[in-house]
Design a protein around this ligand. Structure first.
Ligand code: FEO
Length: 161
């Protein structure tokens, strides 16, 4: 791996682990507010983010590199209402998409063909990640302050396996 490619991969491991940590904090917040379905969805998302980090780690190791863990920031504890929280999820996923796109640009510049192919999975995954967050946010904005509506969305998110 060239130095620049190594750096973006290593930094992205930290970014994915931070995403996991953020969604875990969000899950705790929703659980404490009795939105158990949303807490479930966010906990599943926490697991997914750890898988993303491991996909990067495994690829680095297959390339003969050693990932080095970095400091992970402390997330907030209170994310407001469900709609406010999912607006933050969407915003965060957009930020992650920008990071992945930047990684791809570095892989292009460095002519790292293996990394380019590896990153294609992440590029597609980010389309899905943004679509999922956006759909939930849309639903929450549709129901507005209706407790019944929010609980209906909560029940749907409780189904995520
Ligand atoms: Fe790892 Fe939600 O992107």
């Amino acid at each position: 791996m060239k130095e620049k490619v190594y750096k973006v991969y290593n930094d992205q491991v930290q970014a994915e682990l931070y995403s996991a940590y953020l969604y875990l904090a969000m899950s705790f917040d929703m659980e404490s507010k009795n939105y158990k379905g949303m807490a479930n969805w966010l906990e599943k998302q926490y697991n997914e983010e750890r898988e993303h980090a491991f996909k990067l780690i495994k690829f680095m190791q297959e390339c003969g590199e050693k990932p080095v863990l970095q400091q992970i920031d402390m997330p907030a504890a209170d994310f407001g209402t469900p709609a406010e929280l999912f607006a933050k999820v969407l915003e965060h996923e957009k930020h992650v998409t920008a990071l992945i796109n930047n990684m791809y640009e570095v892989a292009l510049e460095e002519k790292d063909y293996a990394a380019q192919i590896h990153l294609q999975w992440f590029i597609s995954e980010q389309v899905e990640e943004e679509a999922n967050a956006s759909e939930i946010l849309d639903k929450l904005q549709m129901v507005g302050d209706s407790v019944q509506g929010i609980l209906m969305v909560d029940a749907q998110l409780g189904d995520r396996k």
